[in-house]
Ligand binder design. Sequence first.
Ligand code: SF4
Length: 64
Amino acid sequence: MKVKVTEQCMGDRHCNELCAEVFEYDEDQLRSTVKFDVIPKHLEGIVRQAAAECGADAIEIIED
Ligand code: SF4
């Protein structure tokens, strides 16, 4: 699984709080970014949860 944060991100940092291992806030771009190219298997569940809970619908999951 791969994941990206689109420009729709409104920067509320919810995903960062939910899973700091994967999502990090970029102060220059004013939106969240993804730390991994490919998401480690054990983090896939929390990434799906973050995508479901993102109020801006900005977390895009790309399945293998
Ligand atoms: S939860 Fe969505 S809107 Fe909020 S920081 Fe993460 S990607 Fe951006």
